[in-house]
Design a protein around this ligand. Structure first.
Ligand code: CXF
Ligand code: ZN
Length: 373
């Protein structure tokens, strides 16, 4: 017998079906686990991609991977946090594989099982049950935070200040970390460099905000929606390209005196945008890829041209972040006004999760955040 607590959660029952608020039972924490009372949870496109059946995670289950809350119980081996502390939940890692041991948790050998495909603890035990006692898939990104309680771990929670709004802190756990980390940890533009960001959603706009903290002198945002581009400009893009009515690579060539950009970041998950991003690079340029098309998607590339031009294309997971170090730094930058991610957020009561999801899908809202309390 387990001691589980009954709470309300948004259950994704089957691909293509809406979220349904249901009572679920959440397991008690095992030795390295941390139980949070969720205050807020952001919606990321990966949640919606799973729900659409494009990203594998077993359903029925509970999604949500940008949770903020207060610790209510910890397992016997937890020393990193304690009941009463407010924490941000991010991606999970095992702590024990070669990559984790050298401080590279995004390269954890168990990353897919812990964050996506597993739907349970690594040992296969369920963490959630419906009212009929049937197991539901949980542990999405080691948290499943579209619920009033989220079972995280001592490796995927980071303490956060009490005086900042939960709704603004939540998206740091995935979207902000992904966009800002891609720029600050991997692409690292040098003084005078140009950077093009494809896709002005939460990840792309976080990248624009982060680029403004570097000495890059040209920050070009590319998107289909004029409203997104207007926001990108307000947040620090020096130039914008409307991708619907222009060939983005041509427009970028034009903007850069036919040189191309030193750095590009693809956040949209659209393979046409990915090809344009490659075509927009200067000789020796580097493209970071963070936007995920449906599982199995491939893209054609002109290989001789890659060699001639010394192009670097790098996939970046979660901004290559070491969350315990990177997230507090980003939160401090927000506090001092240098990373105004509050501009991206719109809040919804938890009950309106379906409306929030629709508003994200239609592009009306950049980052919907659900408020549980
Ligand atoms: C995603 C990135 C693309 C693969 C699935 C996980 N990360 C966060 O949402
Ligand atoms: Zn995400």
């Amino acid at each position: 017998m387990h001691t589980a607590t009954s709470v309300t959660a948004a259950v994704a029952r089957a691909p293509g079906r809406p979220f349904v608020l249901e009572r679920v039972r959440v397991d008690a924490p095992r030795p390295h686990e941390v139980l949070l009372r969720t205050e807020a949870a952001g919606i990321c496109h990966t949640d919606l991609s799973v729900r659409a059946g494009h990203t594998p995670f077993p359903l029925p289950g509970v999604l949500g991977h940008e949770g903020v809350g207060t610790v209510v119980a910890v397992g016997s081996a937890v020393t990193a946090t304690a009941p009463g502390e407010r924490v941000l939940a991010t991606f999970d890692s095992c702590g024990d594989c070669p990559a984790c041991r050298v401080g590279r948790p995004v390269r954890c050998a168990h990353w897919p099982a812990l964050n996506l495909f597993g739907g349970s603890r690594l040992d296969g035990s369920p963490t959630l049950w419906d009212t009929a006692g049937t197991p539901l898939h949980g542990k999405f990104f080691g948290q499943s935070s579209f619920a009033e309680l989220a079972l995280a771990s001592d490796r995927n929670v980071v303490p956060v200040p009490e005086d900042l709004p939960a709704a603004v802190l939540a998206p740091f756990g995935c979207g902000v970390q992904t966009g800002a980390g891609a720029v600050l940890n991997v692409l690292r533009p040098e003084p005078g460099d140009s950077l093009a960001v494809f896709g002005a959603g939460a990840v792309g706009l976080s990248a624009v905000l982060a680029a403004r903290l570097t000495a890059a002198t040209r920050i070009i945002a590319v998107d289909l929606h004029p409203a997104r581009l207007a926001l990108a400009r307000r947040l620090g893009a020096t130039d914008v390209v409307e991708a619907g009515s222009n060939d983005a690579a041509d427009a970028i060539a034009e903007l850069t005196g036919r040189r191309g950009v030193d750095r590009a970041l693809e956040t949209s998950g659209d393979v046409r945008a990915l090809r344009q991003a490659v075509a927009s690079l200067a000789i020796g340029g580097m493209l970071g890829v963070v936007g995920a098309p449906p599982q199995g998607t491939e893209v054609g590339l002109d290989v001789p041209q890659l060699l001639d031009r010394g192009t670097r294309i790098v996939g970046i997971n979660q901004g290559a972040s070491l969350p315990q170090r990177f997230l507090p730094a980003l939160v401090d930058l927000f506090r001092s006004g240098r990373l105004p991610v509050d501009e991206l957020v719109r809040c919804y009561p938890f009950e309106q999760i379906e409306r929030a999801a629709q508003d994200a899908l239609t592009g009306q809202v950049v980052k919907p955040v659900l408020l549980m309390t």
